[in-house]
Design a protein around this ligand. Sequence first.
Ligand SMILES: N[C@@H](CCC(=O)N[C@@H](CS)C(=O)NCC(=O)O)C(=O)O
Length: 206
Amino acid sequence: MTLRIYGAPRSRTFRVLWAAEELGIPYENIPVDFAEGSKKPEYLAINPNGRIPAIDDDGFVLFESLAITMYLARKHGNGKLYPSSPQAEACLWQWSLWGANEIEVPMVQWIGNRFVLPPEKRNEAIAAEAEAKLPRPMGVLDAHLATREHILGAGGFTIADLNVASLVYTAWFNKGDLSRWPQVQAWLDRVLTRPAALKARKLREG
Ligand SMILES: N[C@@H](CCC(=O)N[C@@H](CS)C(=O)NCC(=O)O)C(=O)O
């Protein structure tokens, strides 16, 4: 059965679409929106959290976007995108969990309240507080990328880059000020213009 990717491209589903494009996996994108669609009983049977994305891979159902990208890369990567040594694999987990824990929430709150939400729904206090949380983790990422082109180093682009870049994508796309972190900015310019990223971005950005 073709891989089913549930979710709207303009959401965290983008990460999974990008991974599928990088890996060349045939897929069907089942459009589920993050409001009513994700709360319908038939979707809650797939992801009881009522959030997108989720996948159904020949009967194997999985939610959590970063877990999905790592699963797909490990299954379909054939030595590409997913690291083979336990140490490099652990670094992939480290950076993915780091991204989800250290930058995802402040990034969403900063960009959402500064650029994305309708003006009447934006809260500048939340935007400012969230932005103030970013220099510490973004400084760590910037220093890391100062001595390597990709997050896991010499092995080239991996799913670690995809996971972390997709967390910062919203700031990059909405032209949030990333010039404070020039290595991150240059790395995003590189990875988000890869052919597979462009295909997924076309779905997301229209
Ligand atoms: N940690 C989850 C978060 C998923 C998530 O919050 N998705 C949003 C859309 S980007 C959603 O479904 N929101 C609807 C809701 O929270 O009710 C993941 O990475 O998959």
